[in-house]
Design a protein around this ligand. Structure first.
Ligand code: ZN
Length: 186
């Protein structure tokens, strides 16, 4: 049996919410959102997303790369662009930060929970696009609930995907950089 380095298999970066390409590591990532006041003058946050920190690849021509353009957002609906380096959301301190944001209730809860899973749960991002197929093909039955997976379930999906993609003579890693999108969507 071929032994695969666990980190390589599980930690394979994040997909940029703007350009769809791979954010290779924590250093290369940025988390941003838009803050605006609603009609009653209350702070309202929307558009939470994980993107490339610096101008790279597909959007390198854009002045702000993959990040929101503050001038455009302000013009649109007086949105103020806020953000933090992705690494601030990692590890126990990152989890504490996420929990404090959840407690403050300014950012929509579903978006925060998704971000927490993407940054804090090893393998979650890697299996994100194939887990729907994996569940419908009976590879796993989530024992907590849909969208919330145990590490053993994530490992099973990764193993299943590895066999499936090797059958298609594709490597697993391009799955995150876009090559697999056509292969997994039916
Ligand atoms: Zn990007």
């Amino acid at each position: 049996m071929r032994v695969m380095p666990r980190d390589k298999c599980i930690r394979s970066g994040w997909r940029c919410d703007t350009c769809g390409q791979l954010v290779l590591d924590l250093e290369a990532g940025w988390v941003e959102w838009l803050a605006a006041e609603d009609t009653r003058g209350r702070q309202k946050v929307s558009g939470l997303r994980l993107v490339h920190r610096r101008n790279t690849g597909a959007r390198s021509q854009e002045p702000r790369g993959c990040r929101y353009n503050p001038r455009d957002e302000f013009r649109k609906n007086r949105g103020i662009v806020e953000g933090l380096a992705l690494e601030r959301f990692a590890g126990p301190d990152g989890l504490m930060l996420l929990l404090s944001m959840i407690a403050e209730r300014e950012v929509p809860l579903q978006e925060l929970i998704e971000l927490a899973k993407r940054v804090q749960i090893p393998g979650y991002e890697a299996v994100y696009e194939m887990i729907h197929d994996a569940v419908s093909e009976g590879v796993i039955t989530p024992s907590i609930s849909a969208g919330f997976y145990l590490q053993c379930e994530i490992s099973e999906v990764l193993e299943w995907a590895k066999n499936r993609t090797s059958a298609k003579t594709l490597h697993l890693e391009p799955a995150l950089s876009g090559a697999c999108v056509a292969g997994t969507s039916k």
